[in-house]
Design a protein around this ligand. Structure first.
Ligand code: ATP
Ligand code: MG
Length: 257
């Protein structure tokens, strides 16, 4: 079973500005953790640092996947090891279709899981899996042959992020505001897609501003994230409380701290 551990994680921007200031968090397969916090508190920075984005430097602390230190591992290495990040703002890749992108990503991960030896998924099997997942996640078939995220609507981009997750079958998924900008039907589909995958094979970290997605993906733990730190932890009831009272009680203490 997969376990991702963040130990006293500090993350800074390229210019040295500290953003994440000491986070301890363990996410295991079968668990859903939610992170909620105000704009600019460093949630996406934390997600990028987990994924290994080179612009976000871990200045202190460590990241362990199944007990193995991956703090210095490249992003592609982490992806092959089973970490997945659904971006808050997915980028377009003109020239690469959704289908080709997914096939390459899957075959890269299969190669890694096969001890570095090529083990491509047979094309008929890939097509069947892709079409099945697209139907399940209500992704329009027309998108498969379009360039990844190029001209996609906000909701289409988010659904395709979840399609990637469903196809790649990561062991730990970080979803950065995957619910933002989705209409109600899409939210249910996306949340259902995540919920189905969480289990013995996958754990999830869901970054969100809204309680609503948590109605569909009941989190085991809710972490309140303010000014680069987890300031409170609880169960699903904490998300409901935040929806009412916001973050003021922690933000007020910010200057004094
Ligand atoms: N690449 C970057 N260059 C400059 N500043 C950055 C960069 N990435 C993050 N920051 C800054 O770091 C701080 C934290 O940003 P981050 O995106 O992590 O916040 P967030 O909690 O995800 O906010 P939101 O809820 O609005 O998505 C912000 O002040 C942001 O401007
Ligand atoms: Mg963000």
């Amino acid at each position: 079973m997969a376990t991702l551990e963040l130990k006293n994680l500090h993350v800074a921007l390229e210019d040295g500005t500290p953003i994440v200031k000491g986070v301890d968090l363990t996410i295991a397969a079968g668990e859903v953790h939610a992170i909620m916090g105000p704009n600019g508190s460093g949630k996406s920075t934390l997600a990028y640092a987990i994924a290994g984005h080179p612009a976000y430097q871990v200045t202190e602390g460590e990241l362990l996947l199944d007990g193995v230190d991956i703090t210095a591992a490249e992003a592609d290495e982490r992806a092959r090891a089973g970490l997945f990040l659904a971006f808050q703002y997915p980028h377009a890749i003109p020239g690469v279709t959704v289908t080709n992108f997914l096939r390459q990503a899957i075959n890269a991960s299969r190669k890694a899981r096969n001890g570095g030896v090529d083990d491509p998924m047979p094309v008929p099997e890939f097509r069947k899996e892709l079409l099945g997942q697209m139907d399940r996640l209500k992704v329009s078939r027309e998108l498969a042959s379009r360039y990844l995220n190029d001209g996609f609507s906000g909701g289409e981009k988010k659904r395709v992020e979840i399609l990637q997750m469903a196809m790649l079958r990561p062991r730990i998924s970080v979803l950065d505001e995957t619910d933002s900008g989705l209409d109600i039907d899409a939210l249910k589909v996306v949340a259902g897609g995540v919920k189905e995958l969480v289990g013995p094979d996958m754990g999830a970290l869901v970054i969100t501003h809204y309680q609503r997605i948590l109605d569909y993906i009941e989190p085991d733990y809710v972490h309140v994230f303010v000014n680069g730190r987890i300031v409170e932890e609880g169960g699903p009831e904490l998300a409901k409380k935040l929806e009412v009272s916001g973050y003021e009680e922690w933000e007020e203490g910010k200057e004094a701290a």
